[in-house]
Design a protein around this ligand. Sequence first.
Ligand code: CS2
Length: 511
Amino acid sequence: MTGTRLSDRTLRSLPAGVSVPAYDRTSVTPGIVHLGVGAFHRAHQAAYVEACLAGGETDWGIVGVSLRSPDTRDALAPQDGLYTLAMRGSEEQQLQVVGSLLSLLVAPEDPGAVLTALTDPRIRIVTLTITEKAYLRAADGSLDDSHPDIAHDLANPGSPKTAHGFLAEALARRRAAGTPPFSVLCCDNLPANGAALHRLMVEYASLRDQRLDRRVHAGPARQADLARYVADEVAFPSSMVDRIVPATTDADRARIAVALGAEDAWPVMTEPFRQWVIEDRFPAGRPAWEKFGVTMVEDVRPFEDMKLRLLNGAHSAIAYLGLLSAHATVDRAFADPAIREFVDRLWAEAIPTLAQDAGLEPLAYTAELAARFSNAALAHRTAQIANDGSQKLPQRIVASALARLEAGLLPEHLSLVVAAWIAACEARGRTSRKDHFTDPLDAALDELFSRDLPTPETATAVFDLAGFAKNHPDRQSLVEFVAVHLVHFRQGDQALALAALGIGGERGRDD
Ligand code: CS2
């Protein structure tokens, strides 16, 4: 322990090699509310905004909101919102203290304070990194209106729990007060993420409208058409976000404290690489992001698909194959020749499913990914990526597999990733730790695995539960591909599953 805590007061006494906010924090005003102020946000968007603030755009400070736990606020409030970003290349580490988070709110403690922040006319953009599962989507992308939190928020619009509830109430209040709406920028790993959230918000707002219509004292009639307002008047640009951010460990905290000469309760570790591609639709204004390394485009979809299918798809493959072969980190798993060969082939399978006319350079992209995945200094845990597979695989793996089947091509490697996910889920509590990773479907999956069904039935039941390929004409065919691989995994033999594709085993050597 050094005894000193990182804060505005101690900022100027940090060692010379540590970069600190190059602007007067007291002159910064809030322009953005961010929902989901986890490590990813702090390594990515907050760092881009930091550059905007340093570039003189001081009216874009961030109000950070945690929708669930007080942990981030508890760690950062005593530090005036400051934290250290540690960028680790394979050889060097650079430390930057970031000052763009002006204040932190914890929604469950004080939903009213979050609504007050969201209705502040100075707020012109609301951004989100709430993870895939928090969008509460049904398998077809519509709002899961059977979710208890949705029911709660419809019944208690002034004290919501979900992002949907907060955004809808804030937009309704702004509208009633004559304040223009904010733009809503989704920064989660979903395809067409802005359009996906827009759809959910229109659906949520129309459920709200229906309730208001039913009430006798509904207030002014014009308030009961929030859905139309959200549909027509609120912008939901899409964006592709990219930066690898491993969870911070106690060892990281200790190392950063030594380097800073001060305690930082929650530093964030990341890689040097970062990318942000945003659709340029911000009627209420935006920072001049393009001056600070953001790519502003008309259509983000090709970039999103490339990132989701090549980076995140490979990440999930590495996570499950890595876990099943006891590789704790991405770099270790990726250094395993069989897994490396598998990932190269997975990329070769996914690349033809990407837009061919959008100027993408998938081969340069995958070469860069290979270097990023090999960064041992990150120690990015496979178990971290393995979480929430039922929410991630549709856009990372299943979408490319279906695109191949539609084109008459085989999805042999893509389907193996789905089988590896099922096998890794089933292994928990049997050959691996029960709490190795978690998934929103865990209770249903455990119940299913306890029935010890034959493999084809298991694969079908998992597809039903997760809604994979729902109503798609090639669904059955994909289930069959998955089942073939799952037979090998269930025999406890990943090597056999890979050897069946000619990787590693006899066939691999002969080929
Ligand atoms: C990872 C992502 O945990 C995961 O599922 O695949 O968080 C990944 O590191 C980021 O999307 C990289 O931009």
